[in-house]
Write a protein that binds this ligand. Sequence first.
Ligand code: NAD
Ligand code: TDX
Length: 334
Amino acid sequence: MKLLVTGGVGFIGSNFIRHIRQEHPDWEITNLDKLTYAGNLENLKDIQDQPGYHFVKGDIADRKLVDKLLSQGFDVIVNFAAESHVDRSILDASPFIETNVKGTQVLLEGAKRHGIQRFIQVSTDEVYGSIDSGRFTEESPLSPNSPYSASKTAADLLCRAYFKTHHVPAIVTRCTNNFGPYQFPEKLIPLAVTNALEDKPVPVYGDGLNIRDWIFVTDHCRALDAVIQKGKLGEIYNIGSGNEKTNLELIRKLLEQLDKPQSLIQFVTDRPAHDRRYALNCARIATELGWKPAYSFEKALSATVDWYLKNESWWRSIKSGEYSRYYKKMYLKR
Ligand code: NAD
Ligand code: TDX
């Protein structure tokens, strides 16, 4: 099996590549990544020289490059490459349209021309928008509220259109909030843990009562592995673990685990159009593919906190770079 993984240097992509190396050592992986602020080669340092793994620096929106690469012959494309942070999409949506929309369209065209057997689009639960009670199924209407989620919705629907129109064998997955090792510290869990370790305030948007369903990244990778092997072409699969927490509950738990005072919590101005709650019905992937989450939330959260404690140089070097300019822009005005 020959896989083209895009955005594989980022948080989920790097965990996915590590998972596939372990579970399917005979699968060959080429990783196409632009190395944006979120792409850190350190994330795959242990794998970079292994046989059967190849890295290509480049942009998924670069048609010529994608065409040349796909002419090498691949069975599967797994598209993780994206601008992935909601707050950045509020500051400037342009790179989100370029990568998430145009980049996905370029990959779909390439898949069409080069006879790819499976195209996995890593979409998100955010395409559905917010739900106060109940759970979204794969048939629920799409109602994105941020430029990030609108760009992911466009990409998600392009997959449907290329499947219907051109028979590109696309499958879309919509997962809830991931956490785990190598997550960039602009996202809630690593931001809270690393700020607390530095005795800095932990910003909580609005009243802190927004709810997310948190899934350990390895469970998401296991689900994608099942979709590659057994997913039905043209299908959509919700992926979640039912660990619903308010942001405040989660941050309180993290501060407790780190033995840091609750007074580090700092309420700040809310995110515009802040989705109140995400929740998915994941019966389809359970019934059709036999996937269910394997990790308990408590254990996975402790393992994640331990990882940040043991890998201080990883996050400190990120926090002292481009990130520090973003952080000032994002939080000093709040
Ligand atoms: P991330 O920001 O950590 O990583 C994104 C990666 O994509 C980086 O390595 C970056 O360099 C690369 N990239 C960006 N633009 C590119 C381009 N034009 N060409 C090639 N590479 C490019 O993101 P993540 O959290 O790992 O998310 C991965 C995917 O999963 C995204 O598509 C995201 O929408 C989706 N997703 C994320 C979550 C979550 O909780 N993090 C949940 C559901 C879905
Ligand atoms: O400092 C913060 N304070 C805070 O209260 C940050 C960074 C976030 N929040 C809140 C906003 C959200 O309610 O915490 C929640 C989680 O925020 P993020 O980590 O930014 O994630 P979210 O906006 O929910 O989106 C994530 O899940 C779906 C990923 O970033 C997306 O890529 C994915 O599609």
